[in-house]
Design a protein around this ligand. Structure first.
Ligand SMILES: [Fe+2]
Length: 322
């Protein structure tokens, strides 16, 4: 009961003061991280967009990188056994309409190398903005399929049970040193259910105008300022999903969306040299980074109590590069 009241107050304060529904202590962390630790190089146009809107279009993935994933992961249909069985039977329930592809360990280093080279400039830009080294924390290859009962998704109130692939507007409950990247593994049109995202200021507007209480309760009316991440194969988007409302679009009949999700986190540790630490957590906890559900790495940016949040901030402060 007390926990529920605490969470409600936490949520109301957050939306009033910070204009997004993330936890209050996370928003305080974000404010101080931005003010005290971040270094904003005004010459970097992409970082300017990231600061202003909360997202930017990254460099395009190389053809070799996309080919590697398409040929070795998606076309092999290397999904978990149960899903393969259901796909073969042509009986996929709603909850299986979000397919996670397994990534064979023999491909993992190659994928990390491509991320290092293809997005080098974007990642260096983010690293100098966050003023801490950045590492990959999670990698997922996924396919979203169409859902039944389309009308259901236009209701004000919807239950957790029918949220199949984060298709209700939400922010990710982490502190803002957690950054998401989305890589199109196919040409993505509006019909394929692209990511929908609002900038930080539009997020505030959405909450007000659509009577947003939480991801299960809001008016399903899109507003001006919505960014729909459709685009060609290989196109990418970096986003601060901890402060910008976003959701997965729902593909139309006979469409689907194949996507590569990567989470990066700023590492709350001090390093003496200036090399890339992108594979830091892959070396440290490989099964976590590539796992579909047991990833302890991302939890580093999900402190539990106020005290933990403060301690995490202190670690980042001590480890900052400049
Ligand atoms: Fe999300």
């Amino acid at each position: 009961m007390i926990k529920k009241i605490y969470e409600k107050i936490n949520n109301i304060l957050s939306t009033y003061i910070f204009g997004n529904p993330n936890r209050f202590n996370y928003n305080i962390f974000n404010f101080f991280y931005r003010t005290i630790i971040c270094k904003n190089n005004k010459k970097d146009e992409k970082i300017n967009q990231f600061v202003k809107n909360g997202y930017f279009k990254g460099s395009k993935a190389s053809k070799e990188f996309i080919d590697l994933i398409q040929k070795n992961i998606i076309n092999k249909n290397d999904v978990d056994e149960k899903t393969t069985e259901l796909l073969n039977q042509n009986k996929i329930e709603n909850k299986k309409k979000n397919i996670s592809f397994n990534v064979d360990p023999s491909l993992r280093n190659k994928i990390i190398e491509f991320i290092k080279t293809d997005f080098k400039d974007d990642l260096l830009g983010l690293e100098s903005y966050y003023n801490n080294k950045i590492s990959i924390a999670e990698i997922q290859v996924k396919r979203n399929l169409p859902l039944e009962n389309k009308e259901y998704y236009n209701r004000y109130t919807r239950t957790k049970e029918f949220e199949i692939y984060s298709n209700y507007y939400h922010v990710d409950a982490y502190v803002n040193t957690h950054i998401k990247m989305f890589i199109n593994l196919q040409d993505v049109s509006e019909e394929d259910g692209p990511l929908h995202i609002y900038s930080k200021s539009s997020t505030r507007k959405f909450i007000k105008e659509n009577k947003y209480k939480n991801r299960h309760n809001y008016l399903c009316k899109e507003l001006n300022g919505l960014y729909v991440n459709s685009g060609m194969v290989g196109e990418t988007l970096f986003a601060n999903t901890t402060e910008c409302l976003h959701r997965a679009g729902i593909p139309k009949e006979n469409h689907h969306r194949d996507i590569l999700f990567i989470s990066f986190i700023a590492i709350p540790e001090k390093f003496d040299d200036n090399r890339s630490y992108l594979d830091y957590y892959d070396k440290f906890d490989q099964n976590g980074v590539w796992s579909h559900n047991k990833n302890n790495v991302v939890f580093k940016t999900k402190p539990e109590k106020f005290k933990d949040t403060f301690n995490l901030f202190k670690k980042y402060y001590v480890s900052k590069m400049i």
